[in-house]
Design a protein around this ligand. Structure first.
Ligand code: AMP
Length: 300
């Protein structure tokens, strides 16, 4: 099944207890694409400004990611994010965000991508997420991600989006913020009332939870020895999950559960190093090995 992703592409400045990196590759769509590409070919749609360095175009070189939907917009500036995990490795503090091109109109979806069946609307402005969705036909599964910034500043647009998607992936703090419910099961149930058929709540080092109708599934995080940089963990989780789903072409609950386990394993590589380095140093073979290890760690 064809998998399309759209979201942010940009330059990150990252601070963690293990150091600082300035102007490294980042963006939700970049992490997602890299992670999903271990399972299936990916179609990337996004926009950068004319100031984008060559390394952005090279980030996915050698991966089965079609970047013909990556627009370079004249007169625009690339998205930038400065995040810190110095206080809490589980939660990013935004030191500065320069939306730049993300505050403009959505990038164009190439004609050859319009028939995409699986779509992931990675974290970006909910208006752009809706615009992108509107220009696709024949979509079978649409899953979206979001974050606190949009829940606070663009909740009306976000709620419109929720009525148009099948699944939502968000973290625990965001689920509580969106619903006003402290208890995560209650929060998940409230999210389902807003539109999606399933919701995946990511709980950082405490794993993830899937809720859909009467089904609830919980998964621990991979017991990682060292977390160097959590940036992109959520996007990589979603990439592994959606990549596996697209490769299986089934939305059966058991496949969704396995997809979450793959997402968890891929994210464990992302957090092992800064920016994309953790993903660059793994392979499908290593991912499969770790998946087997993860599965046996859970059987009792
Ligand atoms: P996560 O998987 O949640 O850790 O996502 C990390 C990525 O999200 C970083 O590489 C940032 O560039 C990107 N990001 C941060 N803030 C935003 C935002 N407001 N909209 C879109 N992407 C963002």
């Amino acid at each position: 099944m064809s998998l399309l992703v759209t979201g942010s592409i940009g330059l990150d400045t990252l601070e963690t207890p293990f150091g600082k990196r300035e102007n490294v590759i980042g963006g939700s769509a970049i992490y997602f694409s890299y992670a999903a590409s271990f399972f299936t070919p990916v179609r990337l749609v996004g926009a950068v400004g004319e100031d984008a360095p060559q390394m952005i175009y090279d980030a996915l070189k050698g991966r089965p990611v079609d970047i013909s939907g990556l627009e370079t917009r004249k007169g625009s500036k690339t998205f930038r994010w400065h995040g810190s995990y110095v206080k809490d490795l589980n939660e990013a503090q935004t030191v500065q965000v320069d939306l730049n091109i993300l505050a403009e109109h959505a990038p164009k979806i190439p004609a050859a991508f319009r028939d995409s069946q699986y779509v992931f609307l990675a974290n970006t402005h909910p208006l752009l997420q809706q615009e992108m969705l509107a220009s696709l036909s024949g979509v079978q599964l649409v899953v979206a991600d979001t974050m606190n910034l949009w829940i606070t500043n663009e909740q009306a647009e976000l709620r419109k989006l929720l009525g148009k998607i099948h699944g939502l992936v968000l973290n625990d703090g965001e689920a509580r913020m969106l619903t006003g419910k402290k208890n995560l099961i209650e929060a998940a149930q409230d999210v389902l009332k807003m539109g999606p058929q399933f919701v995946v709540i990511k709980k950082g080092e405490h794993g993830s939870m899937l809720c859909s109708g009467g089904d609830t599934f919980v998964l621990p995080a991979y017991p990682a020895k060292q977390v160097i940089d959590p940036t992109g963990a959520g996007d990589s989780f979603a990439g592994g999950m959606m990549g596996y789903l697209a490769s299986q072409n089934s939305l059966h609950m058991s496949v969704l559960r396995r997809a979450m386990a793959y997402g968890t394993v891929v994210a464990s590589y992302t957090i092992s190093d800064f920016s994309l380095a953790g993903l660059q140093n793994t392979s499908r073979e290593k991912i499969d090995q770790r998946y087997t290890e993860f599965k046996s760690a859970m059987s009792f």
